[in-house]
Design a protein around this ligand. Structure first.
Ligand code: PGA
Length: 260
C-alpha cells in the first residue's frame, strides 16, 4: 500500500495583515515536522511569506489561479506567475469561489490543467451543500465534481490533491464527524480508482476541510482515507494551528513506523 505523507494546508482567505499572518507561523521557523505544512496567503503576501519562511520547511500555496495564461484579463494571476513567485500548491474551486465568484466544474477543470502543466500541485475542492446532503445526493454531487473537474486530465507523473469540504461545515463550527468524513473520503478514493486506476488513485492525497480545530484534528487524521486537513479559521490562531500540525506529524511518524 502506498504511504501518503499527511499534509496540513492553511487557507488564510481574505485575512491580513502581514503581521498577523506571520504571527500564525512564527513558531514554525527552523522546526521540523514530519507532516507537510502549507500556507495559502492572499496573493499580495506570497512573496513576503516566502521571505519570512525562507529557513523553514513550510510551503506556500495560492488560494486560486487564473484559467488564462496571459493577456488582457484584468486582475488575474496565472499559474506560471504563481510558480515563479514560489508557490508549490494552489487551491482550486473552493466553495466560496464556486458560490460567490461563479466558478463551476468546467472552469475548475481548466485551472487544474493549468496548474498541472506548470508544475503546481492543484488542490481541487469539492463538497455538497446542506440541501444536497439532506436530499441524499452527496455522492452524485461529488461524482460530478470529480468527473467534470478532472475531465480528460492525464495525471501521469503529476501530483494532485482533492479536498473534501462539505459546504455546511465551512466556517460553521459544525465539522463532519470522523465517520461521515471517512465514508465520503473512501467513496472519493473509489471514484478516483474508477477514473485513474488504483496505482494513481492511491497516491492522491485526500484532505478534509470544514471547521477543523485542535480538538477534532486527531480523530479526523486517524481515518484511513483522510490524508490531511484544509484549515480555515483555526489556521489564524497560532495555538490551534501548531497543535494541528503537531498532531499530523505524530500521525506521519506512526505511519513511518507501522507502514500504514
Ligand atoms: P473553516 O474553513 O476551517 O474556517 O471551516 C475551511 C475552508 O474554507 O477551507
Amino acid at each position: 500500500m502506498h504511504i501518503r505523507r499527511p499534509i496540513i494546508i492553511a487557507n488564510w482567505k481574505l485575512n491580513g495583515g502581514i503581521d498577523l499572518l506571520c504571527s500564525s507561523v512564527v513558531s514554525f521557523i527552523r522546526k521540523h515536522y514530519e507532516a507537510e505544512i502549507v500556507v495559502c496567503p492572499p496573493y499580495i503576501y506570497i512573496r513576503d511569506m516566502l521571505n519570512f519562511l525562507q529557513h523553514s520547511e513550510i510551503r506556500i500555496g495560492s488560494q486560486n489561479v487564473s484559467k488564462f495564461e496571459s493577456g488582457a484579463f484584468t486582475g488575474e494571476t496565472s499559474a506560471q506567475m504563481l510558480k515563479e513567485a514560489g508557490c508549490k500548491y494552489c487551491l482550486i474551486g473552493h466553495s466560496e469561489r464556486r458560490s460567490m465568484f461563479r466558478e463551476n466544474n468546467a472552469s475548475c477543470q481548466i485551472k487544474v490543467q493549468r496548474a498541472l502543466n506548470t508544475g503546481l500541485t492543484p488542490v481541487l475542492c469539492i463538497g455538497e451543500n446542506s440541501e444536497e446532503r439532506e436530499n441524499q445526493i452527496t455522492r452524485d454531487v461529488l461524482t460530478r465534481q470529480l468527473a467534470e473537474g478532472l475531465e480528460g486530465l492525464d495525471l501521469k507523473n503529476k501530483s494532485l490533491c482533492i479536498a473534501y469540504e462539505p459546504v455546511w461545515a465551512i466556517g460553521t463550527g459544525k465539522a463532519a464527524s470522523p465517520e461521515i468524513a471517512q465514508e465520503v473520503h473512501q467513496f472519493i478514493r473509489q471514484e478516483l480508482i474508477a477514473l485513474y486506476g488504483a496505482d494513481t488513485a492511491e497516491k492522491i492525497r485526500l484532505l478534509y476541510g470544514g471547521s477543523v480545530n485542535k480538538t477534532n484534528a486527531k480523530e479526523l487524521l486517524s481515518q484511513p482515507d483522510i490524508d490531511g486537513l484544509l484549515v480555515g479559521g483555526a489556521s489564524l490562531d497560532p495555538e490551534h494551528f501548531v497543535n494541528i500540525c503537531q498532531q499530523a506529524s505524530v500521525q506521519a511518524e506512526t505511519q513511518l513506523v507501522t507502514g500504514v
